[in-house]
Design a protein around this ligand. Structure first.
Ligand SMILES: Nc1ncnc2c1ncn2[C@@H]1O[C@H](COP(=O)(O)OP(=O)(O)OP(=O)(O)O)[C@@H](O)[C@H]1O
Length: 251
């Protein structure tokens, strides 16, 4: 699959009297890595849930490439290549890294889990899984049972499984959360290696990761986008510094 653009126009979601998403318009180009930052409760996860179809919007539109998916079910968005990293990843703890990536790849093929075992001899499938595992820096633990992985490796596996399903738009909700500094550095390298090949919407609190990866950044505050721009523009935007980064920010 090739990367597709992702667009929202005036997207709105209310929870009772609260507008968690308030007229959000985003235009993310094919292959762009677009980060969403904002304080706790700004509406970042709500926005991702609207994009995947887990939540229904109260107004506005969502387009994947040229397809209007507003109000369309999750599966239709998945079939257009929109994947949230954990959404497709029912990770099997008692299976190895390789087996889990094979299962994710087979789901893409529409093959049911029940007939997985005979497929383990499928050289093409195993080869594809191995390439993704290497790419995600999990080669050393390819045959390790998932329950024995370090936390950061498990998060990398989530991304590996998303890639196995051949997305063209990846939604990543805090992929660095809970990682050690070394794990975070590995995750940044991985995401950097994906840049350009997939359209990536990255929600992340780690400003070092955001500023070292994003092509553009949108800042969400109380459900509204208060600024969208390149790294320098966002880093120096007075409203952004006040609302989110703090005036002593020097990331
Ligand atoms: N299902 C819900 N019902 C009612 N209110 C909700 C619901 N989900 C989210 N909210 C509210 O919507 C607002 C946005 O929440 P959301 O989780 O999207 O923010 P966030 O930016 O992802 O926060 P964080 O950075 O802490 O994860 C918050 O005020 C939250 O309390």
């Amino acid at each position: 699959m090739s990367a597709l653009g992702l667009q929202t126009t005036d997207l709105t979601k209310r929870f009772g009297g609260l507008k968690a998403t308030d007229g959000v318009s985003l235009d993310i180009a094919p292959g762009e890595l677009h980060a969403i930052i904002g304080p706790n409760g700004a509406g970042k996860t709500t926005l991702i849930n609207l994009l995947t179809g887990e939540l229904r919007s109260d107004g506005g539109q969502i387009r994947i490439g040229s397809s209007d998916v507003t109000g369309k079910p999750i599966q239709q968005r998945v079939s257009l290549g929109l994947l949230r990293s954990y959404q497709i990843t029912s990770i099997f703890d008692s299976f190895t890294v390789s087996e889990n990536v094979c299962i994710a790849a087979m789901r893409k093929r529409g093959v049911r889990f029940a007939i997985w075992k005979p497929m383990s001899g499928d050289a093409e499938l195993v080869g594809k899984a191995r390439a993704i595992i290497e790419r995600c820096r999990l080669g050393d633990v390819e045959h390790t049972v998932v329950a024995n992985l370090a936390y950061g490796q498990r998060r990398q596996l989530e991304i590996a499984m998303a890639l196995a399903a051949e997305p063209n738009i990846l939604l990543l909700d805090e992929p660095m959360a809970g990682m050690s500094a070394a794990e975070g550095a590995g995750a940044i390298e991985l995401l950097r290696s994906l840049k350009g090949q997939y359209t990536i919407l990255l929600v992340e609190h780690d400003m070092h990761a955001v500023f070292s990866l994003a092509d553009r950044i949108s800042v969400l505050v109380y459900g509204k986008i208060v600024a969208t721009g390149g790294i320098d523009e966002i880093r120096n935007h007075p409203d952004v510094r006040r609302a989110y980064l703090g005036d002593d920010e020097d990331a």
